[in-house]
Design a protein around this ligand. Structure first.
Ligand code: PHE
Length: 337
């Protein structure tokens, strides 16, 4: 026979179970245990009809009050646990803006691009403009207009890469055809530089590669002399390699310049031995070249040069091998990023 005492005890144990529930799941278990269909309180309430008439009122009242108290505690605990769960979730989702970021690789200009741009800047400062020309050229621009005779070895397929099935079309072996294209496009004066890739069937060694880069230069005006050429070249060499750069100028031969020279600068090979490295070929534009583009050789003089951009990088950065520039090994390239 349930007594008030009994009901109070049921209520108290329910309240303490609710108070002890640390999660919404635990609270749900307490709800089922203490207010569910099989719970003691509900059993008491459904057994009221079997009680003696005078007990029905007080027992019903006490049991209802106990159930209300338990339900109120359940609601209150539910609200509290839900808020705590929400807080945990927010805490978990919080972004810690003080954590170090995930680093991602940042690109940089290739060393050759940096050196090319620097050389261009020096020439832009001297009043030159930058010209462009095709890497796939015809025989007229590659050779004929540059006064290169029919039998010259540079024309042979053992020196130059021809396009299959086109015996007049080749990958340009030098940037000099751009001289011709620029002069064909307008009258003097001309002051241009033209950087780009060139291709040769060269034996591959530390200073040669079948593809490399040149910067062609052409100046045409009245009264230009070899001194202007030498002064220009030494100015550029000093700007890129330092005022105390060691250089020598030697006579040479090119079909499209007369007289012709080469400029050598000091470079350390892989054994740490100082070597003279050819940095460029140059000379005074041959009158035959002027004739082929319709410039009057009696009025105009000019000079031209073809500078090795890759070689400039080698000397400037003490690279022991030209091929490092084309292997795309990030361990090498990142040093110049
Ligand atoms: N085209 C020559 C070479 O590749 C270099 C050069 C350019 C020489 C212009 C004279 C004038 O070797």
């Amino acid at each position: 026979m349930p007594s008030d005492l009994n009901i109070d005890a049921l209520r108290d144990s329910a309240l303490s179970a609710i108070g002890a529930a640390e999660s919404l799941d635990a609270l749900e278990a307490a709800r089922v245990a203490h207010t569910g269909r099989r719970s003691a309180i509900v059993e008491i309430l459904s057994g009221i009809g079997k009680l003696a008439p005078e007990e029905r009122g007080p027992t019903g009242k006490a049991a209802n009050a106990a159930r209300k108290a338990i339900e109120a505690a359940l609601d209150e605990r539910h609200t509290r646990l839900e808020a705590a769960a929400m807080g945990d979730q927010l805490l978990e989702d919080r972004t810690d803006v003080t954590l170090p970021g995930d680093p991602f690789p940042v690109g940089a200009l290739h060393l050759l691009t940096q050196v090319r741009t620097e050389i261009e800047d020096v020439f832009l400062g001297l009043g030159y403009r930058i010209a462009d020309g095709p890497e796939i050229e015809d025989g007229y621009h590659n050779f004929t207009a540059l006064n290169i005779p029919e039998a010259h070895p540079a024309r042979s397929s053992s020196d130059t890469f021809y396009v299959a099935g086109h015996d007049d079309i080749a990958l340009r072996p030098q940037t000099s055809p751009v001289q011709v294209r620029v002069m064909e496009s307008g009258p003097p004066p001309v002051f241009i530089v033209s950087p780009g890739a060139v291709y040769r069937r060269d034996d591959v060694d530390a200073t040669h590669s079948p593809m490399f880069h040149q910067l062609e230069g052409l100046a045409v005006d009245e009264g230009l002399t070899l001194s202007h050429l030498k002064g220009t070249l030494v100015h550029v060499a000093r700007a890129l390699l330092g005022d105390d750069v060691e250089y020598v100028v030697r006579p040479h031969f090119f079909p499209f310049t007369e007289p012709s020279i080469e400029l050598y600068v000091r470079w350390m090979d892989r054994h740490g031995r100082g070597q003279w490295l050819e940095l460029l070929g140059a000379g005074m534009v041959d009158p035959n070249v002027f004739a082929s583009v319709g410039y009057d050789p009696e009025r105009w003089t000019g000079f031209a040069f073809g500078m090795g951009i890759d070689r400039m990088a080698m000397v400037r950065y003490g690279l022991p091998d030209l091929r490092l520039l084309f292997e795309n090994d990030l361990r090498f390239l990142e040093q110049f990023a």
